[in-house]
Design a protein around this ligand. Structure first.
Ligand SMILES: Cc1cc2nc3c(=O)[nH]c(=O)nc-3n(C[C@H](O)[C@H](O)[C@H](O)COP(=O)(O)OP(=O)(O)OC[C@H]3O[C@@H](n4cnc5c(N)ncnc54)[C@H](O)[C@@H]3O)c2cc1C
Length: 383
């Protein structure tokens, strides 16, 4: 299959370091985190200590100031490759999806207030857009923020929020002017310790068990005016700007998770004997492995190209949507075929492919469903 060539020697060294940290600080704990329905707070601090959270944050706010997105991509990739799907979404969501809202559009006050603790892992961050009645149709959200002079008064609720149960802060999409549709949407940084901010219990999900997804409720929550991100009414524009990176990050996790399931399956087919020989010698197994290896290689090549384009600030929305759509569909196809090649063992939780299969499914739903991705791609095709 095609050799990868997007990483230089320094990237490769960093990759090795991340791999060792993942093996030591994530893999041994993942089964317990699956039972707890969340990664531990301690692990957030360890990731922060290792410098693996919000690496792009400038030194003045406690970060490493690494502007090369390939380093962020390596972190996503390595955690997903380990098969620990919960942490593979928790940390990148914090670093690559929430952090940019504050870093790119936040005031100096907001940066100083929140970035240093996001870098150390003392603050865990979430982004809250979806509501019980508004998912794909984000503009119909009902959470409001009323200008009370020196603060906003927020009422409403959000659902399916990743890192929701543990979050200390959340970037929350609110309507500051409900009559204006998308132009009435703003983003606020809300602290979960504020009076009137409550959390539901982590959902019992079909997969991603080591990941706290829950509802958030806001009842007359006072949010200081200084916690507005950028300008009032520009929230939708900011969301659209940052969603390209969010979709790329989901795509990167998807292709690495597919590689993980595939590697486990190749080994399994060599070890499992049926009719007196390893199942890797059966033609169907060989053809399936060949098909999957080819598809994964094509997907990996596209993912790497997207990373390069993103580093050059040339990845457009349609390209990122295509990455999210194509790679998450591929991840699901690979996981399903890998379960089949494992026979009954593929359905048993202690086998990696059973987890890979259950964890994969949601990737086609969140960060914009794949139907919405296709709509965005079609708009680009037909423009
Ligand atoms: C585990 C998990 C974690 C999540 N994390 C977060 C998070 O951190 N923050 C957050 O804000 N949200 C999060 N979400 C929410 C997720 O982004 C939404 O579930 C998703 O956007 C879909 O919205 P919905 O569930 O309301 O489905 P709906 O929008 O009701 O969609 C239902 C079906 O209709 C289809 N559909 C809807 N509109 C169209 C259209 N215009 N054209 C074609 N088909 C359409 C959809 O594709 C889907 O198949 C998470 C969800 C899950 C399950």
């Amino acid at each position: 299959m095609l050799a990868r060539n997007i990483y230089n020697e320094e990237h490769e060294m960093f990759k090795q370091t991340v791999r060792e940290i993942v093996a030591k600080e994530i893999v041994p704990y993942n089964a317990q985190w699956e039972k707890d329905k969340m990664v531990s707070r301690e692990s957030w601090l360890k990731m922060g200590e290792a410098g693996l959270l919000c690496m792009q944050v400038p030194e003045e706010y406690g970060g490493l100031g690494i502007k090369d997105f390939k380093y962020n991509a390596i972190i996503s990739e390595e955690i997903a490759l380990s098969g620990c799907a919960g942490p593979a979404i928790s940390y990148p969501l914090h670093s690559d999806i929430v952090c940019p809202y504050i870093l790119d559009f936040g005031t100096e006050v907001l940066k100083q207030k929140y970035l240093p603790k996001m870098v150390t892992g003392e603050y865990i961050a979430a982004v809250a857009m979806t509501e019980p009645g508004a998912g794909s149709d984000l503009q119909s959200m009902r959470t409001t923020a009323v200008d009370m002079g020196d603060h906003y008064l927020v009422n409403g609720s959000k659902t399916f929020i990743t890192n929701g149960y543990l979050c200390d802060i959340a970037v929350v999409a609110v309507k500051t002017n409900p009559s204006l549709g998308a132009k009435g949407i703003s983003l606020l940084v809300m602290e979960s310790s504020a009076a009137g901010f409550t959390k539901g219990k982590p959902f019992e999900k079909a997969g991603l068990h080591a990941q706290d997804t829950c509802e958030l409720f806001f009842e007359n929550v006072k949010v200081p005016k200084e916690n507005l991100i950028g300008e009032e009414g520009k929230g939708f524009v900011y969301l659209m700007t940052e969603l390209a990176q969010e979709r790329l990050v989901v795509g990167l996790g998807a292709i690495a998770a597919a590689e993980c399931a595939f590697a486990h399956t190749v080994q399994y087919t060599k070890d499992r004997v049926a009719f007196g020989k390893p199942i890797s010698e059966l033609q169907n197994t060989r053809f399936k492995l060949a098909e999957l290896a080819t598809k994964i290689s094509v997907g990996r090549t596209y993912a790497d190209r997207c990373v390069e384009l993103h580093c050059d600030k040339k990845l457009d929305g349609a390209g990122a949507s295509a990455a999210k759509y194509y790679l998450s569909e591929l991840q699901c196809e690979v996981a399903d075929e890998c379960v089949q090649l494992h026979g009954g063992y593929g359905y048993i939780w202690e086998y990696q492919v059973a987890r890979s299969w259950a964890d994969a499914r949601v990737q086609r739903i969140y960060a914009g469903t794949n139907e919405i991705m296709k709509e965005l791609i079609a708009r680009n095709v037909l423009k």
